[in-house]
Design a protein around this ligand. Structure first.
Ligand SMILES: NC(=O)c1ccc[n+]([C@@H]2O[C@H](COP(=O)([O-])OP(=O)(O)OC[C@H]3O[C@@H](n4cnc5c(N)ncnc54)[C@H](OP(=O)(O)O)[C@@H]3O)[C@@H](O)[C@H]2O)c1
Length: 256
């Protein structure tokens, strides 16, 4: 595989009907990748896929709720029947419930957040691995966040600059879920290293989406760049890393 052409490659992006996932799907499609646009809602998913197809891209809707094993299995079957394999999986679908400090967090919020943000990544990865193993250059990108960085939290310092020094967010459910995403990224990277499957955690940085009241320090397009780069790594690319989009092509390495 070369890093300059991606025609013929096949990718799945979960939660891609809007926000970061849609921007990643769009950029992958612009590179010539066939993109399976995963979305839990039929109408929203079909609409987003047809809008990207109208721009001339090969984008196909896959109904996929990451909390539902049956829907994931059906999506895998659909991709297998139409595409035969997967070259890239971008685990992006996530929820962000109301932010609570640890002492105020309802346990049900923690449970629901993990169900989507953590168990969802594991479910989809395990279901798609047989298709990824048919690729000669498979890549897995796990969308994470700097708020999952234990080092940044312990130092009360945000290396991305989204939060002022000394004001690192003190939230529980979302932060813990992203720390778990970082952990599972390293575990999968180590398991799949010998097969040449590269697995990396990537933050889009702070970008405007419905999840954060459409505020941000980068545009959605800039935020999608590092995830796309990690989904299209050459064979000698890194695995088991944690990086973040910034205004440059290279992005920033984040502390675990
Ligand atoms: N925005 C940021 O600044 C930022 C920063 C760091 C990390 N991130 C990460 O980026 C990812 C995308 O977030 P976003 O900001 O783009 O938020 P968003 O605009 O709210 O998009 C979230 C997407 O995930 C989908 N989703 C939620 N639960 C799902 C499920 N059970 N099955 C399938 N899809 C599901 C949503 O579908 P519906 O439309 O049906 O709800 C939506 O398409 C998340 O992992 C988030 O943690 C975002």
């Amino acid at each position: 595989m070369t890093s300059s052409t991606h025609t013929g490659r096949i990718a799945l992006v979960t939660g891609a009907n809007k926000g970061v996932g849609r921007a990643i799907a769009h950029q992958l499609a612009e590179l010539g990748t066939t993109v399976w646009l995963g979305a839990r809602d039929g109408e929203r998913g079909r609409q987003a896929a047809s809008e990207l197809r109208a721009l001339g891209h090969d984008v196909r809707f896959a109904p996929l709720d990451v909390t539902d094993e049956a829907s994931i299995a059906l999506a895998a079957k659909q991709i297998e029947q139409e595409s035969g394999r997967l070259d890239a999986l971008v685990n992006n679908a996530g929820i962000s419930l109301a932010w609570h400090t640890p002492s105020q967090t309802p346990i049900d919020d923690l449970r629901a957040t993990f169900e989507t943000n953590v168990f969802g990544y594991v479910r989809v990865t395990n279901a798609m691995l047989p298709l990824l193993r048919r690729s000669d250059a498979a890549r897995i990108v796990n969308i994470s966040s700097v708020i999952g960085s234990l080092t940044a939290a312990a130092e009360n310092h945000d290396p991305t600059g989204a939060f002022p020094d000394g004001q690192f967010p003190v939230i529980l459910s979302h932060s813990m879920s992203k720390t778990a995403v970082n952990s599972l990224t390293v575990m999968y990277a180590n398991e799949l290293r010998a097969e040449g499957i590269l697995v990396n955690a990537v933050s889009p940085n702070w970008v405007p989406t419905d999840a954060n009241g459409n505020t941000g320090i980068l545009s959605l397009e800039q935020g999608a760049r590092m995830p796309v780069r990690m989904a299209t790594l050459p064979d000698d690319g890194p695995t088991g890393t944690f990086t973040c989009s910034d205004a440059t092509e290279e992005g920033t390495t984040l502390p675990w």
